[in-house]
Write a protein that binds this ligand. Structure first.
Ligand code: SPV
Ligand code: MG
Length: 316
């Protein structure tokens, strides 16, 4: 699907009367599993992408790295990819360049957050985190809107006001400013252990933008509560990654402890399952068809003009 079609699909999800489910992913494989499971959209997670490189989520990777992974995922699935773009990889010029690149690589929309560059993951303790000024961040939203080619491309504005302890009023003030600046949706992030402050935000927010939440630290929030509070999208930002780590650890520990992989086998997916995820059967069928077509040319039967040959191979 083109970036424009993907963007339209993401917009439709944000405008739908049921909350959309976005799944955090860091590779085409994880994105494909999310799609197969029934998620509506992929969250190209900065935390997951940096974690699989075994480095902190602190803008240590370049934009090109995040872009390549997001684009690889967009190639592998038919659902839209919303890219976590941290604080925009720099200033307004970086944001403008970023949108040109992401949109041209099939990404449906970007999410930028109002922390200063370089950002640090919202859950990292041990360093005080600071907001960019509302003016500076509104300028970045303007840069997104100016750079996008398709009217449907989505800009999610994420406020970290609650994360840095600036309070609900500041979050609401920023939500209003970001909406005026042209954002298409608001992400209200929180690291509270319960959903109260996020739900209070949804009650007090009187704007018209769809609201997006990331219930990592408040997992008790149920899907039905989202709808009741008018929340448009929920992002399960890191659960795929965390389950991979748990599963890999358990598997590797068992191999060392048991001295054999025999007892593990029933718990693992088969190599055939892995091949299916990779599309091995499709590839082999395609190559057999091409080889058969090639052989027919050598045998000299029914030589075809070039356009006919293309049609014949496409139809195989
Ligand atoms: C991410 O998945 O990278 C996010 C969400 O931005 S969080 O880790 O909660 O900041
Ligand atoms: Mg992130």
């Amino acid at each position: 699907m083109t970036s424009e079609r993907q963007a339209e699909a993401l917009r439709a999800l944000l405008g739908s009367d049921r909350p959309a489910r976005a799944m955090g992913a860091h590779s085409p494989l994880s994105a494909r599993i999310a799609e197969e499971t029934g998620f509506d959209c992929i969250w190209s997670s900065g935390l997951e992408i940096s974690a699989v490189q075994a480095i902190p989520d602190a803008n240590l990777l370049t934009m090109d790295h995040y872009l390549r992974v997001a684009a690889d995922m967009a190639r592998a699935v038919n659902i839209p990819v919303l890219a976590d773009c941290d604080s925009g990889f720099g200033d307004v010029n970086n944001v403008y360049h970023m949108v040109e690149q992401y949109e041209s690589r099939g990404i449906a929309g970007v999410c930028i957050e109002d922390k200063q560059y370089p950002k640090l993951n919202s859950f990292a303790d041990g360093k005080e985190q600071h907001l960019a000024s509302a003016e500076e961040f509104a300028a970045k939203i303007c840069a997104v809107k100016a750079a996008q080619r398709s009217a449907s491309f989505v800009c999610v504005a994420r406020t970290e006001a609650l994360i840095v302890g600036a309070g609900l009023d500041e979050a609401l003030r920023r939500a209003e400013i970001y909406e005026r600046a042209g954002a298409d949706a608001l992400l209200i992030h929180s690291k509270a252990r319960t959903p109260e402050e996020v739900l209070e935000f949804t009650v007090k927010y009187s704007g018209r933008l769809p609201v997006v939440v990331v219930p990592t630290s408040y997992p008790s929030l149920h899907y039905t509560d989202l709808a009741a509070h008018g929340i448009s999208m929920v992002i399960y930002a890191n659960h795929g990654l965390r389950s991979c780590i748990a599963a890999m650890r358990a598997t590797m520990e068992r191999i060392v402890d048991d001295g054999t992989t025999h007892f593990l086998e029933p718990e693992l997916v088969s190599i055939g399952d892995v091949f299916a995820m990779q599309g091995v059967d499709d590839m082999l069928r395609r190559s057999r068809n091409f080889e058969a077509a090639g052989a027919r040319y050598v045998e000299g039967c029914a030589p075809l003009s070039r356009p006919n040959a293309a049609v014949e191979i496409k139809a195989l």
